[in-house]
Design a protein around this ligand. Structure first.
Ligand code: ZN
Length: 351
């Protein structure tokens, strides 16, 4: 089934740029760093964690790797390199439509501003667009720990870049430590929506801050990141069903973070059996040592999904993308062709 999952055209909608940086990319970033700082040496313990094979990653491993990736992406050149590497790896996994997400950050030492940072990511996307058969769009992230003023700056930047010529910024998202209340950002999300941006919110990853959920769901978001515990509350589940809000489900991430104890405990089954739109995603494929085809295989093995189910889920991912519908329809031709070659059922939304 893994070979089939690899051959399947896929859409990835929940991928944090930093967390998607693989060990291969880390090694390239270290080489880049050494060009300007020959004595630079990355922490051996972190590197051996990143390089360990045949070992299931733990949350502690991930927390070791994040600071290294952050430290290696402090210049525009490094941010562009990281972006190119991440997109190339999604492309290698036959991902045809990718939405990356990242929190704009500045660095006073290297004089990288938030605008420089976003432009560096967009430069990486532009480079890949020229040479790889993958469409990439960008979401700007608000971190739950941020001050409202910081987040407001992110929304303003998203609005500005969304109106630029190539319009690759298509939305904003909320992520970060779930114990920080997200309600203070709601007016900002309203503003983003008024300017045509789409919204996805990490919600209900842990039991913390469940009291924010009614107000966050009332927005309503265009998609939900994880939503791991939402099905436990009939009122919340009803809101999601009535608004047909797609859920971005990341099986390996949820398991490593232990928000679901086993794959079988995942909320995927609950929503899938109710025909709610669900999108399989990786979250942080570099630090969690996974890739999208593997997530499809895990879903298939855990929930007995057929090839048709996997195809439908993959197509659902594309249709839940935040790019303009016309662009998504154009990409959908790849899915139509795949269905034809594999004798799968497929119906265009235009039929
Ligand atoms: Zn995430």
């Amino acid at each position: 089934m893994l070979a089939y999952c690899k051959s399947l055209p896929k859409a990835e909608l929940h991928a944090h740029l930093n967390g998607s940086v693989s060990v291969r990319a880390i090694e390239k970033l270290i080489e880049l760093r050494k060009r300007s700082e020959p004595d630079y040496k990355a922490d051996d313990r972190v590197l051996s964690t990143a390089k360990a094979q045949d070992k299931i990653r733990t949350l502690a491993d991930a927390f070791l790797m994040f600071p290294l990736i952050q430290a290696l992406t402090q210049t525009s050149e490094a941010v562009t390199l990281a972006t190119v590497e991440v997109i190339s790896e999604f492309n290698d996994d036959n991902v045809k439509y990718l939405e990356l997400r990242t929190t704009p950050r500045e660095n006073t030492v290297t004089s990288m501003s938030k605008v420089d940072y976003i432009e560096a990511v967009l430069a990486g996307i532009a480079t890949c667009s020229e040479r790889l058969p993958i469409i990439v769009r960008l979401l700007l992230s608000i971190d739950r720990r941020q001050e409202v003023a910081d987040a407001s700056e992110t929304v303003d930047l998203a609005i500005k870049f969304a109106k630029s010529k190539d319009a690759r910024v298509v939305g904003v998202e909320l992520s970060g430590d779930p114990k920080f209340d997200g309600r203070k950002f709601l007016p900002l999300f309203q503003k983003a929506r008024e300017h045509g941006l789409k919204i996805t919110l990490h919600l209900a990853e842990s039991c913390d801050w469940m009291e924010e959920l009614s107000e966050m769901l009332a927005l309503p978001p265009d998609r939900i990141g994880h939503g791991t515990l939402l099905h436990n509350d009939p009122v919340h589940a009803a809101v999601i069903r009535e608004n047909s809000i797609p859920l971005e489900i990341c099986l390996t991430s949820n398991f490593i973070c232990q928000t679901t104890k086993t794959f079988k405990d995942s909320h995927l089954d609950f929503w899938f059996s109710r025909k709610q739109p669900v999108c399989l995603c990786t979250d942080d494929q570099g630090v969690f040592d996974t890739y999208l085809s593997k997530e499809f295989e895990i879903a298939s093995e855990t929930f007995n999904l057929t090839k048709q189910d996997l195809f439908d889920t993959s197509l659902c991912g594309l249709r839940c993308g935040f790019a303009p519908k016309e662009e998504l329809y154009a990409i959908e031709r790849i899915w139509a062709q795949f269905a034809k070659e594999h004798a799968l059922k497929y119906s265009s939304l235009r039929d």
